[in-house]
Design a protein around this ligand. Structure first.
Ligand SMILES: Cc1cc2nc3c(=O)[nH]c(=O)nc-3n(C[C@H](O)[C@H](O)[C@H](O)COP(=O)(O)OP(=O)(O)OC[C@H]3O[C@@H](n4cnc5c(N)ncnc54)[C@H](O)[C@@H]3O)c2cc1C
Length: 393
């Protein structure tokens, strides 16, 4: 059965942030786009995340450049698509001299653009609620944005549909691609080119091709805590983040910090716990997270892992965590040897997977790379964006 007789220039499989970003890059080239997703509403990593568009801390060079470009596009689209920006900026709190050393080295790199290093006293002027007696310094970055993903992703999709004529087919699983023919659970459709953005589903489309990469999945635990009664001026992170985010952890000064954290917080490291705190419009806090890797992670939130997250909240803010209102888990694609996979598994087809937890922060740049590759439009995009191929960064 043919489900639409329209012939599209581009079919995008997946309506997560990467699929929507790819659709937007294509629309900007004047292309006719259809987006197909098996879910009836967004339900994957893109709506389970912090909505935190992080620039500082992204892996140096390629991912950092992608994040800066993506932040720029989020800013433009947020206005156009009526998506509120709930936070601007990031404060990374340091409670150990080793963490301060990492921040000082970071400040000597090109990645310090838009950042400054504050003493504890200066930081408390910006945010009086940083009450930890151990606070030594804070990296303040002005580059970050934060949106409420559970609202932002549907709004972005609705805007692409209403303002730019992107055609959405929901509740429709794509079962095979032989461009221009796309087979789905509801019949076939046609598109000259296809971009597959399947998130962490490696087994439905191009399973043999993807088996050539060392892909796995990462499960995260997340909490929503009650309104603490004050407004945060920016998103917060802590010492543990400096050992996790490659823009910091790959610096020479990170080795002594990692050694100290292994002695002092082995449980946190074992469960991949670090701290991100962002605030929603109603004052509640989204707090996380943990990282457990498996081909099929268990679907449960474990209380001892939540307790580690709350413990890091308490230590870095010097504040008893407010009551927990909600708990959820999410998964994303992961690979130890790369942060993004962009491949060409068939003629006229690209598959794009963000293989680290940075899809909200890098999707718009990656979408542009995918469209440039499929339609040979690279000269119309910023030429500083990375070349098309699988990327290790
Ligand atoms: C808890 C959590 C917190 C995170 N925090 C952040 C953060 O703060 N900042 C950040 O930058 N990143 C964060 N990330 C990572 C980020 O959310 C992901 O990298 C990003 O959402 C991946 O987007 P995606 O579109 O590739 O995948 P997804 O959002 O998973 O979307 C993939 C879509 O493809 C569809 N699909 C797959 N196969 C098919 C098929 N065959 N047919 C039809 N549809 C199909 C699925 O239904 C799904 O809707 C976080 C992730 C999690 C889980």
């Amino acid at each position: 059965m043919v489900i639409t007789h329209a012939r599209f220039d581009l079919a995008v499989v997946g309506a997560g942030i990467l699929g929507l970003a790819t659709a937007w890059a294509a629309v900007r080239q004047g292309l006719r786009v259809v987006v197909v997703d098996r879910d009836s509403q967004a339900n994957g990593a893109s709506v389970r995340n912090f909505g935190f568009v992080t620039v500082s801390g992204q892996c140096r060079t390629t991912m950092w450049a992608r994040a800066r470009r993506t932040r720029e596009v989020w800013s433009e689209l947020a206005q156009a698509a009526n998506i509120p920006i709930l936070h601007r900026g990031l404060m990374v709190t340091a409670r150990r001299p080793e963490s301060v050393a990492v921040l000082e080295e970071f400040m000597g790199t090109e990645m310090a653009e838009g950042c400054r290093l504050l003493t504890a006293a200066q930081a408390r002027q910006r945010c009086p609620h940083l009450a930890s007696p151990d606070l030594l310094a804070v990296l303040e970055s002005t580059l970050e944005l934060r949106v409420e993903s559970v609202q932002a992703i549907p709004r972005l999709a609705a805007w692409l549909d209403a303002a730019h004529g992107v055609h959405f087919m929901r509740g429709t699983a794509v079962t095979g691609v032989d461009a221009p023919v796309i087979s789905t659970s509801r019949g076939t459709l046609e598109a000259t080119r296809v971009a597959v953005c399947p998130g962490d589903d490696f087994n439905t489309l191009y399973a043999d091709y993807l088996a050539g990469y060392s892909l796995t999945r990462c499960k995260l635990q997340m909490l929503r805590l009650a309104d603490p009664g004050f407004k945060l001026p920016a998103a917060l992170m802590s010492d543990l983040s400096l050992a996790r985010y490659l823009g910091y952890s790959a610096l020479d000064a990170a080795a002594p910090l990692k050694a100290r954290l292994e002695r002092e917080q082995p449980q946190h490291l074992e469960h991949g716990v670090h701290l991100i705190v962002v605030q929603s419009a109603d004052g509640s806090l989204i707090v996380g997270d943990s990282h457990e890797y498996a081909a099929t992670p268990d679907p449960f939130s474990h209380e001892h892992v939540d307790a580690l997250i709350r413990e890091e909240f308490r230590a870095s803010l010097g504040l008893e965590p407010p009551p927990t209102l909600e708990r959820w888990t999410g998964t994303y694609a992961s690979a130890a040897d790369r942060q993004v996979l962009i491949g060409a598994p068939g003629a006229g087809v690209r598959i794009a997977i963000v293989t680290c937890g940075a899809g909200a922060s890098t999707a718009f740049a990656i979408g542009e790379e995918v469209v440039a590759s499929l339609f040979d439009t690279s000269t119309r995009f910023d030429t500083s964006t990375p070349r098309m191929t699988s990327t290790t960064s």
